[in-house]
Design a protein around this ligand. Structure first.
Ligand code: ADP
Length: 263
């Protein structure tokens, strides 16, 4: 951990458009999951989406990633419009870990590197230090089924990280972790994004996590989900999560988000 992790604002000036949604609607049969969604994430910006269950948060990640297409509206990711191009620019971590059961845990994490032509040996050398950092040391050669839910989630997060895409779409990335591990990993992620900025769109039900990690918290209405509030989250520099959550600015932003959720 460096002397100071940055607050959510990050250090880079806004160098252009990261992710843009304009008038997006997505419908499953008769269910309109989201409609008229407008969302703008600056390049290297970090947006956290919060809202009631079923309001379409995961749907937004899915249409941004290019795995699904919107029924109406436009989506651009680093300037790319087609779903195929968007898919190439995004690393998507779904809520349910999609680790391949027949591969070892390290084999799963190395997959994006191997897909880019990195040898198995080199990929392993690159990711091993991350296993230690994420408390997965000793589990490298186990199968996913032999890990706890929280461990599988960490492995899935690592795989998203090593995919090394500029846009990271994270769906409840730390939901299955106990609060201590969760706090550690949140701080680690902030630090990692400080040294290697990415454009991040994350979904979380944890308002504190949203305020801590994002530079803007987007609040959605109940289904059909629309964006009803955009709350900037720019915190003074802090060195620990505990310090951050006690800051008056943090508390003010957290309460603003709760109020938006309640209305
Ligand atoms: P959230 O992530 O906010 O909990 P989702 O995006 O998962 O919400 O879902 C929004 C709505 O769309 C829900 O009513 C859900 O049941 C519906 N939905 C999502 N994906 C599908 C699908 N593949 N088929 C049918 N309905 C879906």
């Amino acid at each position: 951990m460096p002397a100071q992790a940055t607050g959510a604002a990050g250090v880079l000036p806004d160098p252009g458009s990261g992710v843009e949604l304009r008038g997006v609607r997505r419908q499953y049969g008769l269910v309109v999951a989201v409609k008229e969604v407008n969302l703008s994430v600056a390049r290297f910006g970090r947006v956290a989406i919060v809202g009631p269950s079923g309001c379409g948060k995961s749907t937004i990640l899915s249409v941004v990633s290019g795995l699904e297409d919107a029924d109406e509206g436009s989506i651009t990711v680093l300037g790319a419009r087609s779903s195929r191009e968007r898919l190439a620019k995004c690393a998507w971590m779904p809520q349910r870990d999609l680790l391949l059961p027949w591969r070892t845990v390290i084999g799963n994490v190395c997959l994006p590197l191997e897909n880019r032509g990195v040898s198995k040996k080199e990929a392993r050398t690159q990711v091993e230090p991350l296993f230690t950092r994420f408390g997965l040391q000793g589990f490298e050669d186990k199968r996913p089924i032999q890990l706890s839910g929280g461990m599988r989630q960490r492995a899935s997060f690592l795989r998203t990280l090593v995919a090394d895409k500029e846009v990271m779409l994270l769906d409840e990335p730390f939901g299955a972790l106990d609060s201590m591990t969760r706090g550690d990993i949140q701080m680690w992620l902030l630090e990692a994004l400080h040294t290697e900025p990415r454009t991040v769109v994350m979904v979380t039900h944890d308002v504190e996590e949203a305020v801590l990690l994002a530079d803007e918290v987007v609040v959605m209405s109940p289904r059909p989900g629309r964006v009803i509030a955009r709350i900037p989250s720019r915190l003074p520099a802090f060195t620990s999560r505990r310090q951050a959550v006690a800051m008056p600015e943090f508390i003010r932003i957290r309460e603003t988000v709760h109020t938006a959720l309640e209305t």
